[in-house]
Ligand binder design. Structure first.
Ligand SMILES: Nc1nc2c(ncn2[C@@H]2O[C@H](COP(=O)(O)OP(=O)(O)OP(=O)(O)O)[C@@H](O)[C@H]2O)c(=O)[nH]1
Length: 191
């Protein structure tokens, strides 16, 4: 069967959020370019494009790598409107970054006025065993409470990186069966 022309292909926008320096850029760069850099360059914003095949269907994805958030940062409208799903990243070596996941999640719900959004919670830097501050059980418990998917990854060792984006599409496509309605991206609730 011939591949669908790219303008007919399904398009999805995924935003990657979380505290500074948890490894958001490293995760995305590992996935899209299969590279890892040790040095740290704070991100302003980067958009990566990748076609992801999920259940035999290609999805043209924009993956938006954002600047890190903290409790005081206001959600950028670009990261809250027109987004199909969120990758929320913490570092397993930072309790503070783990606590930020709930804060960022609440901000997304507040901004979009929805009760839930498709999310994958990612415990990054799983190779840092000695520095671990967040257990797997804590990660799973938070994900169950927020009804999100969850996975631990290491961009450094390329562990579970592709799994993040597979889970992301699993979450965004949950409601849409064959021939069913397209999942709606987030809208702005507060005017
Ligand atoms: N050990 C280890 N270090 C990592 C991993 N991923 C990223 N790092 C390191 O963590 C630092 C921050 O990584 P970035 O990918 O720039 O983090 P970020 O979340 O995009 O940072 P901001 O742009 O400030 O939000 C860098 O020094 C990376 O080399 C990982 O899986 N394991």
């Amino acid at each position: 069967m011939a591949a669908a022309p790219s303008d007919l292909r399904k398009k999805r926008k995924i935003a990657v959020l979380g505290s500074r320096s948890v490894g958001k850029s490293s995760l995305v760069v590992r996935y899209v370019e299969d590279a890892f850099v040790d040095s740290y360059y704070p991100t302003i914003e980067n958009i990566f494009q990748k076609t992801i095949t999920y259940k035999g269907q290609p999805y043209d994805c924009d993956i938006i790598d954002t600047a890190g958030q903290d409790e005081y940062s206001i959600l950028n409208s670009k990261h809250a409107i027109g987004i199909h799903g969120y990758v929320l990243v913490y570092s397993i070596a930072s309790q503070n970054s783990f606590e930020m996941i709930q804060t960022v999640y609440d901000k997304i719900l507040n901004y979009t006025g929805t009760e839930s959004v498709p999310c994958v919670i990612v415990g990054q830097k799983s190779d840092l065993h000695v520095q671990r501050q967040v257990s797997e059980a804590e990660g799973k418990e938070l994900a169950a409470r927020l009804k999100c998917a969850w996975v631990e990854t290491s961009a450094r060792h390329n562990a579970n990186v592709a799994k993040v984006f597979e889970l992301m599409l699993q979450e965004t496509e949950k409601g849409s069966q064959e021939g069913g309605p397209e999942p709606q991206p987030s809208k702005c609730y507060i005017m």
